[in-house]
Structures are given as C-alpha cells and as structure tokens.
Design a protein around this ligand. Sequence first.
Ligand SMILES: NC(=O)c1ccc[n+]([C@@H]2O[C@H](COP(=O)([O-])OP(=O)(O)OC[C@H]3O[C@@H](n4cnc5c(N)ncnc54)[C@H](O)[C@@H]3O)[C@@H](O)[C@H]2O)c1
Length: 378
Amino acid sequence: MSKIRLGILGGGGDSLIGVLHRVACNMYDRYEILGGVFNPIYEENINFAKQIGVNTNRVYVDFDTFVEEEIKKTKEERIEVVSVLTPNFLHFPMAKKLLENGFHVICEKPLTTSYKEALELEELQKKYNAIFAVTYTYTGYPMVRHMKHMISRGEIGEIQKVDVQYYQGWINPVIHDPELRKKVWRLDPKKAGISSCIGDIGTHAFQMTEYLTGMEVKSILSDLNMLYDNNTLDLDGTVLIRFSDTVKGVIRASQIATGEENGLTVAVYGKKGAFKWEQENPNILYHITDDQPKRIIKPGHSYVSDVSADGTKLPGGHPEGIFDAMGNIYKGVAKALSGETAFDGEYPTMNDGVRGMLFIEKVIESHKNGNLWLSLDK
Ligand SMILES: NC(=O)c1ccc[n+]([C@@H]2O[C@H](COP(=O)([O-])OP(=O)(O)OC[C@H]3O[C@@H](n4cnc5c(N)ncnc54)[C@H](O)[C@@H]3O)[C@@H](O)[C@H]2O)c1
C-alpha cells in the first residue's frame, strides 16, 4: 500500500507541537511527509526541512505558493492531506483555501478564531466532501477510548455528573512580567483569538466531556479571570455545564495554577459507578463503585475494548503516551482517507471543532455579561 502524501504548515523547529505530529504520522507507517511550509522565514524553513530529511523541492516560500505549486501536480503526485499546525489565527485562512483546492485537512485546535469562521469551514468541508480532523489529542489515548466504550455500554449506568479539570501553570511567570507577556502569542488577541485559557485548554476539556458521554452540552455559565486590567484574554476559568436538567458538570481550566504541568483530569460519575483518568498517568483508568474495591484498568490486556486494543502497539506494561495518542488520531484519519472501516470516534471531526468554537464564544459571552447561563444550541 502506498503511503499517504502529507504536507505540513507550521510545526517548524521552533514550535511546540510540530514534533508530536511528525512522530504521530509515522507511528503506523501510513504517511510520508512530502513538503510544506514549516516556518514563515524561508531560510529556516529550508534548513529545518534538510534536518528532518524532507525534499526541499516541495518546501515552499509561503502558504499561497504551496497551494499554487501543489495543484499543478498530477493527482498521483500531489499532497493529499495537510496538517495545519500554526498559531490559531492562521487555521481559518489556511484550512479554507486547502478545502477549496481539494486537500483533506488535519487542523490543530481551536479550529478557528470565531464560530462564524468554523461554520464556514463546515460548509466547505461538506461541499468538497473532504476528510477533516481537529486534533483534540487526548481522545487518542487507549484508556480514554476504553472509557468512552464502557460508558456507552452502560458500565457506570446513567450519567449524573461530569467533572473535567485542565490545570497548567506555565503562564504564571509570564503574566506578571509586562515585557515577557508581549512575546507570547497565546496572550495576543490578534493571534490567539478571543480567549487564551479556554481557547487553548478549556476547549480540550469541553470536547472530552462530549466525547466520553456521547452527549451534547446544552448550556453553560462561566466565570473567568484575566488577573490584570490591561490583559484582555482569560487565564483561568470555571464553567458550569448542563447536558440536561439532571446531567450536569463542571469544566475547570487554568494557566495560572502555579506548579501544575499538564494536569488534565477527567471524572464521569454514573448511577452504578464512575471512571477517573489523569493525563499525566494515562495508562491507568480507575473504575470506582459504592460496594467494590477500586479497579485499575490498563492498556494492552485482553479485557480492553477493540477500539482501545487497536490503538495499543505493545503488550501490557509498555507505557502509552501523548505521542501514541496523536498516532492513533493519525491512524483514524488514514483509515478514513483509505476508505477502511474505523471505530466510532477514531479521530475528532469538524463537528468537534465547530462545537469547540461555539463553546469558546459562549464562555466569553457568559462571563462578559455577568455570568449568564447561555444555550449552546447551534
Ligand atoms: N492538540 C494539542 O494538544 C496542542 C498542544 C499544543 C498546541 N496546540 C495547537 O497547535 C497550534 C500551534 O501551537 P504551538 O504551541 O506549536 O505554537 P508555536 O508558536 O510553538 O509554533 C508555531 C509554528 O508555526 C510556524 N508559523 C507561524 N506562522 C507561520 C506561517 N505563516 N507559515 C508557516 N508556518 C508558520 C512557526 O514558525 C512555528 O514553527 C496552536 O493552534 C495550538 O493551539 C495543540
């Protein structure tokens, strides 16, 4: 089977997320990185391409040239799918033009910088019948997939409460230094969009609640913290969520939780039991009930669901991490591109991206208007 021809935008040597995508796309030997624009500075772009062994003939001076030159190639030669790994404000113009020119897209979250743009991309995706993934990485973990499967099988009974916390502390030293603050694009509305904390990590937590429960959040109420009057974007937020009158929950996200690293923790409580999982210890899924000792479920065993086993490459005891999680998402996209049967939720879709943008906008609106309950109906 020939490899899927992949292009990459952003994700250069200076980036955080590029290496994750490069390792992930190679994990199941399904893709070949054929070109891209890794960096807006051409020289750095070319040097980086040489460093990672990508043929510099297809490393372009900018995004417009990438599209212009790639569409001149034959269908068999041309890059099929493009990963968009740039700062947020470039996701929309890049994804839009890619869809309009017949490319499939793997886009980082948040999908765009506004809900309106997200809806426009959704229309284009339908029009061009494209595969479009939004990389909510954490849904790729084998234990998260197993948890979703067990919840859908009724293992914990009817859901009563969902609690997802995503705490980081990295902005703490930045936000108190006015000079340092200016250097961080996540705090610049022109590059990040209308939100920092909720857009960057709250959106992961939100997507996780819907992914695990298979339900849509119907309404939200938020309370945010910007710390300083001259800082416009949120650094911390608490969001009450309602799936229905009886299924409710809370999303807590922070970039100023001093000392925290990448503390995404998830708990779903049902009538009969609960599942708990922590991103920093991803190979352990806890199953708790009122009347039995706590159970530990781990990947790579015969007792896990097929969807979880499919995303586990080695026998039990070999830790699966964030690279593996992203690798599983790329695997799901590869199946979709090749017309193979995939498991439900094998890669996060356009719908996840669009709902993520709706969530971000409503959270900001709720806070600005005095912490109002707002509907998430589309
Ligand atoms: N899924 C996840 O868990 C996760 C984690 C981190 C970041 N992200 C997302 O990934 C995106 C990138 O984040 P990051 O932390 O890697 O940012 P970063 O600033 O570390 O890297 C951005 C990269 O894009 C390149 N770039 C900028 N403008 C460009 C242009 N016009 N053309 C080509 N390349 C360009 C930069 O040179 C750099 O290599 C963001 O949208 C962020 O939200 C997702």
